[in-house]
Design a protein around this ligand. Structure first.
Ligand code: SF4
Ligand code: SF4
Length: 245
């Protein structure tokens, strides 16, 4: 019998699930190896047991918490799919705003009926077995993680920074063109895609395990940034407490 996998979404833009679907031919080839038992974006079926659940989005409402617990209960291996699920992602930025005003801004007159709690990563509600970082995820990394799980070994994320991938690709350093970049402290695995495209790293894959933040802060200060501007950079994808010196 093929392993049964499912995809689930909570609060997020569904871009991570789209990254899986965008694999196109490789996604279809997966059907030789696994049975896709639940995937709301592409099918209507449901199941009461899964080998692997890929769960996207952060948890913002009591009913979401209940649904996530039910997914956990029927799943052997639960994977946090993308930054929203892994760290609460950009959703967590609401922690630095007036939540009431944010709801009014997004939902208009309906906002009293759409009350939400502060966004939480999956791991604050249930046990998460592994994670795929990024906003959105990298489809190749999804395939690597799935392959590892199917072979019964723990998936490994790169432990080095985006800077390393940038240097390997011989890209010019973002700092040298007068811009700031989170590449020195952000986990690699995206092939420095934003820098290759002429932008800068905004840290969507989260911090590496042992970021050398003190020297990095000095570099940012030398680039003329204030403490508040530096914290703003860190907080885009790395919520409170993870961007300090
Ligand atoms: S991590 Fe980014 S791409 Fe994925 S669901 Fe959240 S906002 Fe969308
Ligand atoms: S370069 Fe940075 S912001 Fe862009 S995908 Fe990679 S980790 Fe995310």
């Amino acid at each position: 019998m093929k392993p049964r996998i499912g995809f689930f979404d909570f609060t997020g833009c569904e871009g991570c699930q789209l990254s899986v679907l965008n694999l196109e031919e490789e996604f279809l080839e997966l059907l030789d190896l696994v049975e896709i038992a639940e995937f709301r974006e592409v099918m209507s079926g449901q199941t009461d047991s899964l080998d692997i659940a890929f769960v996207e989005g952060s948890i913002c409402r009591p009913e979401e918490e209940e649904r996530l617990r039910a997914i956990r209960a029927k799943t052997r291996t639960l994977v946090a799919l993308g930054a929203c699920a892994d760290t609460a992602g950009v959703n967590a930025l609401v922690r630095f705003r007036d939540a009431h005003q944010v709801r009014r801004h997004i939902y208009g007159d309906d906002h009293p009926h759409l009350a939400t709690d502060l966004p939480r990563p999956l791991s604050e509600v249930v046990r998460v077995d592994c994670r795929i970082p990024g906003c959105p995820i990298d489809g190749r990394e999804f395939l690597d993680v799935l392959q590892a799980l199917l072979m019964g070994r723990p998936p490994e994320l790169p432990s080095y920074a985006v800077c390393v991938e940038c240097k390997l690709a011989e890209l010019p350093c973002t700092f040298d063109r007068g811009d700031i970049c989170l590449g020195p402290v952000t986990r690699a695995g995206c092939a420095a895609v934003c820098i290759a495209g002429g932008d800068r790293c905004r840290g969507c894959r989260g911090l590496i395990d042992t970021p050398r933040q003190a020297p990095y802060w000095r570099i940012l200060e030398e680039a003329g940034l204030t403490e508040e501007e530096i914290l703003k950079e860190f907080r885009t994808f790395n919520i409170a407490g993870k961007g300090g010196r």
